[in-house]
Structure formats: C-alpha cells, structure tokens
Design a protein around this ligand. Structure first.
Ligand code: NDP
Length: 296
C-alpha cells in the first residue's frame, strides 16, 4: 500500500461559519427593519416525517434568531396535490410572503416537480424552480442557488480556500446538491469533474481533487484511498448509522490526509439553514425593490 504522510487537517467548523452567515443576514435584515420592511419566510410541511419536522423547526428557530418573520404551514399527510398547489398559489399571491419553501420529500401521492414548478420563481428560496435553475446556469440575475451548495461556496470564501484553477471533484449529481455545486465551482473558476454511480474507478478521479465534495448518501464510502494528500474535503452526506449521524466520508481515515475537512455532524448541515436566511433576504429585498439597501 502507498505510504501517506499524515498531518492535522483544519476542521471546517459549520457552527462557526453558520454563525457568520447568520450575522450577515441579521445585519442586513436590521437595515431593512430600520426602513420599516419586515421579510417573511413561509415553510410548508406535509405529513409527519420526523427528520423533516426537525429541519422545519430549525428553519423556524434560525429565522427568529436573524429577525426574519416565519410561518410554518403544517398539513396532514393525506393532503391532496390539488390542495397543496392551491396553498402554494395563495402564498405566491400573498404580498407579505417573501420566500416559499415546500419541505421535501413530499408524500408519494404528490408530484414533487408539479409543486416545485408552482412556486413563484421570485419567492423560490430553495432555487429548485426550472426558471431559477435556468437563470443561475446562464449567469443571469434574479435567482438564488440551492442552500447547501451556496453555503459551501460561502464557507470556502470565508475560510480563504482558493477555487480558481484548482481541480474540484463533486461526487453525486442530484439537482439539490451535486449539479448546482459543480456549476458554482465552475463559476468560481475551478476545473470541475463530476462523479456518480456509473463512474468507473471513482478513486482514480477523486484522488485528483484539490477540492473534493461528496454528496452521495452512503456512510463512510470515501476513505483515505480516495483522497490526495492536502485536499480540501467537504462532506455533505447525512446518514443514520446505529442512530448516529454519519457522513459519506470516513473522517478518521481521511482527516490525516486532508488539509481541511468538514465533520459530520457540525459541518455542512449547519450552513444550509443559515444560507436559507440569506436566500430569503436576497429574494425579498429584490422583490420589494430594496436590494440596494443591503448591497455590500
Ligand atoms: P441523491 O440520492 O439525490 O443523489 C445521490 C447521488 O450519489 C446520485 O447522483 C448518485 O448517482 C450518486 N451515487 C450513488 N451511489 C454512488 C456511488 N457508489 N459512487 C458514486 N456516486 C454514487 O442524494 P442528495 O444529493 O439529495 O443527498 C446526498 C447526501 O447529502 C445524502 O446523505 C443527504 O442526506 C445529504 N444532504 C445533506 C444536506 C445538508 O444540509 N448537509 C442537504 C442535502 C442532502 P446516480 O445519479 O448515478 O444515481
């Protein structure tokens, strides 16, 4: 086996970075408040999935911390698609609502695409609407990027991690993490490779990464054998193993090889909710034609 040097990686502390993102959101929301503008995020939760209920509670709590009004609409799991679309439509028309988020996953009898498509792009704080995706990918203004990859980019910037000219490898190609992550890294002038379940010899590609982002949903699948000495490793995975939250990256094996790494828990998960506040702020201020008030 190849001999690897060991070093102590910088632990990218999601709690600390999420705190900085929340402070930024709060200071901008305070400015809007001083001008008599109060923004509101509405989250729709259908059914009683415990993980979704936890995420929604944390969104409500963080909204309160940064000074954003929030409203949670809790619906029974047998809510029909027509009823849900009607509620989204009402929120689209409601001038007091700045951001609409329908918590995923939805019960199986509801077509997620139809619901995401119904959300007005100007209130689409998750950035999942096809118009938001199109605007983002074409470099147009008016949309926000999905919270998890946007939060990761914010972390890289806050931690002074250079992307330009570096090789970034993204493992996973979902619409909510992998694809937007790759696009954002490309926009930040990284050279980007994307891997997925059909990739042949995954380790040969991930080992070329200066920045490795893993969003697969398979506990501990990335080990030191997949990582180049000195790489920055971002673990998006959230898996339950014997009741314990576990990432896609085998932290114990990879940490000695990496130059910086996000832990699970305490890494990327924290950034996602904090970034949702920034997304709501950005869309709300834009829709109310007050964006210049918060431009830095
Ligand atoms: P998806 O299930 O939508 O996508 C998983 C991706 O991983 C797919 O593109 C799939 O490839 C790929 N994949 C599956 N097996 C392999 C393999 N053996 N080798 C390489 N690639 C593989 O997941 P999400 O993107 O929604 O989420 C990924 C993980 O991130 C989950 O653990 C999720 O819980 C977590 N997550 C965490 C968030 C946070 O805030 N921290 C936010 C969102 C997600 P293919 O397309 O070929 O099927």
């Amino acid at each position: 086996m190849e001999r690897r040097e060991t070093s102590v990686a910088t632990i990218l502390d999601g709690k600390e970075i999420a705190g900085l993102i929340r402070e930024e959101a709060k200071s901008d929301l305070d400015v809007l408040d001083q001008h008599g503008i109060k923004l509101k995020l509405t989250v729709v939760l259908v059914g009683d999935d415990p993980a979704s209920a936890t995420y929604v509670r944390s969104k409500e709590r963080v909204a309160g911390e940064v000074g954003l009004d929030s409203e949670i609409i809790r619906l029974q799991s047998d809510t029909t698609q027509a009823e849900l679309l009607g509620i989204v439509d009402r929120l689209n028309q409601d001038d007091s609502v700045d951001g609409i988020l329908v918590q995923l996953p939805l019960p199986k009898h509801i077509d997620e695409d139809a619901v995401l498509d119904k959300i007005s792009p100007e209130k689409d704080v998750d950035g999942f609407h096809p118009i938001s995706v199109g605007r983002n990918v074409s470099g147009m203004k008016g949309a926000v990027w999905p919270c998890t990859p946007a939060g990761i980019m914010k972390m890289l910037r806050l931690k002074g991690i250079e992307t330009e000219g570096r090789h970034a490898v993204v493992v996973g190609r979902s619409n909510i993490v992998g694809k937007p992550m790759a696009m954002l890294l490309l926009e930040a002038n990284a050279t980007v490779s994307m891997c997925h379940s059909r990739t042949k010899d995954l380790a040969a590609i991930t080992k070329q990464a200066d920045i490795l982002v893993v969003a697969v949903g398979r506990a501990n699948m990335i080990t030191s054998e997949h990582v180049k000495q000195g790489a920055v490793v971002i673990d998006v995975g959230m898996n339950r193993v014997d009741g314990k939250l576990t990432g896609d990256v085998d932290f114990a094996s990879v940490e000695p090889v990496a130059s910086a790494i996000t832990p699970v828990p305490g890494g990327v998960g924290r950034l996602t909710v904090a970034t949702l506040m920034l997304n709501t702020l950005k869309l709300g201020a834009t829709r109310r034609k007050q964006y210049e008030l918060i431009q830095r």
